[in-house]
Ligand binder design. Structure first.
Ligand code: NCD
Ligand code: ZN
Length: 326
């Protein structure tokens, strides 16, 4: 329930890596320029469908939060979108047109309209503070949103710290997504040995105790938690460089890694709820029925995925996973 598909050749390269194994996904709107109009939204959805044409797959598209969205606009677009995604200004990839103030009164007109119309809000919850504390510093903002808009469903995207879990449990209208990389990695995997730019993302993966707490939450398939890969592909040369881009590409490995993780902890029974059933309930979805088969067979993760001039390196490139998709 959190996926970046990009556009053009990159879209053509990465979209099938999700659509071959998933029945649907929530697609993020942070293109350049971001998706803010009905025309751009419908055209993007069409390009996604075209890129996934060999698979049964529902792209649940979103628009990029703007403080000046009118009630009429949101009403008109309501049936086309699954949610609106809010990015604070400058906190992550392509968020330069994000909101410059997280003051509730500034956001109120749009959020009240969304609340009335029943449109969920997805949030990238980070401040511009010290990197390891950015999510923690954002928690009072989540809390104020939850209190001020009690009928608004608020999705705390890609939670990465243990403190977020307490807040999630405290308010009925807060929900969360968790990525594969936040369940698997800590900061040591990014900068503790040799630098690994392919594990660099926002929010940054954190301490072992954060990973552990997130893992417990996911393994229990807590009803307010959904799998959101935040698979965020970037060109190989924009990761392996000076000023490397933030984003981890996990689409082709997500299911296998999650299966391995849930199996290792004896929690395979909860895998379907974490990946799919919780999201269906939270977002009121009725997806097409799609069956895939996972088999206990080694899968060596490719070093790179390519299409024309696009090249993307997945997380765990060259490493062995013990589950494969048949
Ligand atoms: C995402 C991207 O590349 O679009 N990057 C990331 O590090 N997660 C944006 C985002 O979800 O923050
Ligand atoms: Zn994202």
């Amino acid at each position: 329930m959190h996926l970046h598909l990009r556009d053009d050749d990159m879209l053509k390269l990465v979209a099938p890596k999700t659509s071959n194994t998933f029945a649907g996904a929530l697609i993020m709107p942070n293109l350049l320029p971001p998706i803010t109009t009905k025309e751009a939204l419908l055209a993007y959805k069409k390009r996604i469908q075209e890129a996934c044409k060999n698979d049964e797959f529902e792209p649940h598209v979103t628009i990029f939060f703007q403080v000046d969205y009118s009630y009429e606009f949101l009403k008109e677009i309501k049936d086309e979108i699954i949610a609106v995604k809010l990015y604070p200004f400058g906190v992550t990839t392509n968020s330069e047109t994000g909101v410059s103030s997280m003051d509730v009164e500034v956001l109120r007109p749009t959020l009240e309209s969304m609340e009335k119309l029943g449109i969920p809000l997805c949030v990238h919850g980070e401040t511009k503070g010290f990197m390891m504390d950015r999510e923690k510093e954002f928690l009072p903002i989540y809390e104020s949103l939850a209190i001020n808009f009690p009928d608004l469903k608020i999705m705390m995207e890609h939670i990465s710290s243990k403190e977020s879990i307490d807040l999630l449990k405290k308010y009925d209208n807060l929900y969360a997504t968790i990525t594969v990389h936040h369940l698997m990695l800590t900061l040591d995997d990014v900068v503790g040995g040799m630098l690994n730019p392919h594990a660099f993302c926002k929010p940054i993966v954190k301490k072992p105790e954060d990973r552990k707490a997130l893992l417990q939450l996911a393994l229990s398939a807590h009803p307010k938690v959904m799998f959101g890969s935040d698979s965020a592909p970037h060109q190989k040369n924009t990761k392996e460089c000076h000023h490397g881009a933030a984003g981890v590409f996990t689409s082709p490995i997500a299911l296998q890694v999650l299966t391995q993780l849930f199996e290792e902890h004896g929690k395979l029974d909860n895998l379907n709820a974490f990946i799919s059933l919780n999201a269906q309930r939270i977002y009121n979805l009725n997806p097409i029925k799609k069956e895939i088969r996972l088999i206990k067979k080694d899968f060596i993760v490719p070093e790179v995925y390519s299409y024309k001039s696009e090249q993307v390196v997945p997380l765990f490139a060259g490493q062995k996973l013990v589950w494969s998709i048949s």
